[in-house]
Write a protein that binds this ligand. Structure first.
Ligand code: A2H
Length: 253
């Protein structure tokens, strides 16, 4: 990783239906605001292929008021960065409406912007870092080896992960094609490197590197407004389009 700030696209996924536990905790505390899960991504061009969203089960999240109309679910750390980046209306000030555990958020139904399957669920992931991005990771199993492997683990052992199998029913959606790995790059690389579970973090780091380079330099968009264009060209265009539509914003750290 470089030394300069990392520029993410923060993608806003509106809550459609809280998990029962989250609903009980949130009731009456958000003042009629729309609530969004905010996920930091480096691959905005892949958002068509979102099939779910991840939170860390050991992470504490907050619901933060952005203004009178909206509130964001993310870590306190991210909310503080956002406040200083002028993303929230009261610059530098943080208005935390409540604290909530990652586990409580699992099972919440959200609207994933630009996704071909727009209604997706919040699910648990072991390797979410509280110290990176917003602590919320949008899942694109077609192109992210970490996401693909986590989804595979969840599908294998839903009881162990305490999730309803229907929350993980969507298959990866082809978003871009690469000459070497085809339409589902992440699955192909996970297989090639013989990755067995999300605990294989070393191989997953290697897979992530390969998938990222292959997609960025050799990928062609299969879907969306910029279908047929190279990933390199489409990436900033998809990002700008999401931002213009109010579905995402720039977030740096
Ligand atoms: B990326 P970098 Cl399709 N903990 O978005 C763990 N991972 C996190 C995170 C956190 N707190 N916050 C963000 N991330 C993930 C899409 C994607 C991503 C694809 C392919 C690769 C990829 C869909 N998930 O990341 O350490 C987010 O997942 C590999 C580069 O700052 C984010 O982009 O380089 C990426 O890691 C940021 O990782």
């Amino acid at each position: 990783e470089g030394f300069g700030p990392q520029e993410y696209t923060a993608v806003k996924a509106e809550v459609l239906e809280w998990s029962p536990d989250a609903k009980a905790e949130i009731e009456g505390k958000v003042g009629g605001r729309k609530v969004f899960f905010v996920a930091a991504t480096l691959r905005p061009e892949t958002m068509y292929g979102q099939t779910n969203c991840f939170v860390g089960t050991a992470i504490k999240y907050g619901v933060f008021a952005v203004n009178e109309k909206e509130a964001y679910v993310c870590t306190y750390r991210a909310a503080r960065n956002m406040a200083f980046q002028g993303i929230t209306s009261t610059r530098g000030e943080i208005n935390q409406l409540l604290t909530i555990d990652g586990t409580t958020l699992v099972g919440t139904k959200i609207k994933a912007p630009f996704a071909i399957h727009p209604e997706v669920y919040v699910l648990p992931m072991d390797n979410v870092l509280a110290t990176k991005g917003t602590g919320v990771v949008t899942s694109v199993p077609s192109d992210s080896p970490d996401d693909f492997q986590t989804v595979t683990d969840l599908k294998k052992k839903p009881e162990f992960y305490k999730i309803d199998p229907s929350w993980i029913a969507l298959d990866p959606v082809p978003v871009l094609s690469t000459p070497t790995y085809g339409e589902l790059t992440a699955a192909a690389i996970v297989k090639q490197l013989k990755i067995q579970s999300q605990k294989d973090t070393k191989q997953l780091a290697e897979a992530k590197e390969i998938a990222y380079k292959e997609g960025f330099y050799n990928g062609t968009m299969l879907v969306g407004e910029f279908k047929g264009e190279s990933v390199q060209d489409a990436k900033p265009k998809v990002r700008n389009s999401m931002i213009e539509q109010g579905l995402a914003f720039a977030y740096a750290e």
